[in-house]
Design a protein around this ligand. Sequence first.
Ligand SMILES: [Mg+2]
Length: 260
Amino acid sequence: MKRLTAEDLKSYDAIVCDLDGVIYRGRRVIEGNVSVLLRLQREGKVVRFLTNNSTRTPEHYVERLRSLGFAVGEGDVITSGLATGMYLKEEGISSAYVVGSPALREVLRRYGVRFSPKGAEVVVVGMDPRFNYRKLRRAASLVYSGVRFVATNPDTSLPVENGVLPGAGSMVAAISAAAGRNPDVIVGKPNPTIFRMATRDLKEKRVLFVGDRLNTDILGGNRAGLDTLLVLTGVHGLEDVERLGIIPTYYAPSLSSVLN
Ligand SMILES: [Mg+2]
C-alpha cells in the first residue's frame, strides 16, 4: 500500500467510484473528492459510479450526479439492481420472483424480466421495505425447491441516526434460513459480479476503483483484479487496514490531497 501521488492518479484511464463516503455523506457533498473527479472527467477520463443500493433507480443517481456537475448518462451509474439485470440477461433468464423495491423491479423489467412466482427461473432478493411473511414463504419455497437464488447485495444493515435500517442481506438471511440454502450468486460488493458489469467495456483501459470501505469496496475491487484506492473521507481510516487485513493498492486522505 502506498500513498497515491498525482502521477499515479493520472496514469489511469478510468476511475470507478463508490458513492456514499466518496461523493457525499448523506446529504453533504464531499467537495475534496468531487472537484478532482470533475476535473479528471473534463480531462477525458472515464468516471463511473457504483453502489450496492438497489432501492433507487440508476436515473435517481444520474440526476444527483448531474446536479454536482458530472456528465453522466445511462451506464455510468451501476447499482446492484442494474448489475443484477445485466447478470440475468447474460444468463438468459427472463422470469423471476422478486423480493425487492419498486426501483429494482423497474430496472429488471428493462432487461426483459417478467415477474411471477409460477415458473420463476430465479428468485431475486434485494432490500424490500414491504418485506413480510407471505413473501418470505414464497421465496423460501422456490429456493427450497431448487430455483436459482440471487441476492442484489449482502449488506445486512445501514447505520442511521437512531439505530439501523435492515438491508437486503437481512432479507436474504431470512430466506436462506427458511430454505436451508445460501444464495447462488450475490451480485453486489464485495463480490466480483458488480465490478465485472461496471467495467465490461473497459477491458483495454487502466481502471482505478475508489472507495471508503475496506470490507466492501477495497476487498471487492481487489478480488475483481482492479487497482484500489482507499479514501479516508468515509467509514474507514488507515488504522482499519491492519485491523481488517484488507490492503488497498493506494490510500489518500482525499482526492484533493493528491491533486488540486
Ligand atoms: Mg461507501
